[in-house]
Design a protein around this ligand. Structure first.
Ligand SMILES: NC(=O)c1ccc[n+]([C@@H]2O[C@H](COP(=O)([O-])OP(=O)(O)OC[C@H]3O[C@@H](n4cnc5c(N)ncnc54)[C@H](OP(=O)(O)O)[C@@H]3O)[C@@H](O)[C@H]2O)c1
Length: 219
């Protein structure tokens, strides 16, 4: 049977040494031009998805600042429904950017009611410790979400890479090195054991601008 899934574009900005934030969680890597390009890309998708860690650390609005657009879904992956209800991803312009929280069967019923009362859509996917993102894909597809911009962080990126769900990648490399074994990398998780297992992508575009490099890959 055909597996219905949205087309997944992983987007991130990282340092030369592959870090998407410093060891203290400072994520300020992009210049204005890069933000403009990312916002342009946001304007072409049906949804932006991030993990709970990104909500807790950055509290992003996940909106579009620079262009006219029709809006899209914001999707948060949160196993126990524990993000603050006043996070910007919930509060900021919900008419333009409705929010979906993907959680597990373990999420407390009271919490679900609290979020649903303010019109947040809750999807429960899986009974395990983490959200079952493979099972989640057809649900999102059936909601009309055919393209998702996956904006991290590193832990959620790994789950998508491990399950071979990423179709395309757009990576900005800032000409900086921050180091730190505790600084979050583009892809975290347990990683593959052998190079032969690595996800292999095809380089489709390279842009060199103001010392930044923008790389585009496809499956
Ligand atoms: N430079 C960039 O482009 C960029 C972009 C985005 C984020 N960031 C940075 O990345 C950092 C956050 O990354 P992070 O790795 O800590 O967190 P994350 O990937 O944003 O979120 C991971 C969390 O999501 C929840 N989750 C639920 N189901 C999951 C599943 N199946 N797979 C993976 N995660 C699942 C888990 O928490 P629960 O189990 O508790 O729910 C998990 O710990 C921040 O510092 C942020 O600034 C940088």
């Amino acid at each position: 049977m055909e597996f219905k899934k949205p087309y997944i574009i992983l987007s991130a900005a990282m340092t030369i040494d592959g870090k998407i934030a410093t060891k203290t969680g400072d994520p300020e890597l992009s210049d204005e031009q890069d933000w403009r390009e990312v916002h342009k890309l946001r304007s072409t998708v049906d949804a932006i998805m991030v993990g709970k860690g990104t909500i807790l650390k950055d509290n992003p609005k996940l909106h579009i600042k620079f262009y006219e657009h029709k809006g899209y879904f914001r999707i948060v992956v949160d196993s126990n429904l524990s993000i603050p209800i006043d996070s910007k991803v919930i509060d900021f312009q919900p008419e333009t950017y409705p929010t979906i929280i993907c959680t597990t069967e373990n999420a407390p019923t009271e919490k679900i009611k609290e979020f649903e009362a303010i019109k947040i859509k809750i999807i429960r996917s899986g009974k395990g410790e983490k959200v079952d993102i493979v099972k989640l894909m057809p649900f999102l597809y059936d909601l009309g979400i055919k393209t998702i911009l996956l904006e991290g962080g590193g832990t959620l990126n790994w789950s998508f890479i491990k399950n071979n769900l990423v179709d395309e990648m757009r990576i900005t490399i800032a000409p900086w090195i921050v180091g730190g074994k505790d600084a979050i990398s583009l892809v975290e998780g347990e990683g593959f054991e052998k190079m032969v297992q690595a996800t292999r992508l095809k380089l489709i575009d390279v842009v060199n601008r103001d010392n930044y490099v923008i790389l585009k890959y496809k499956k």
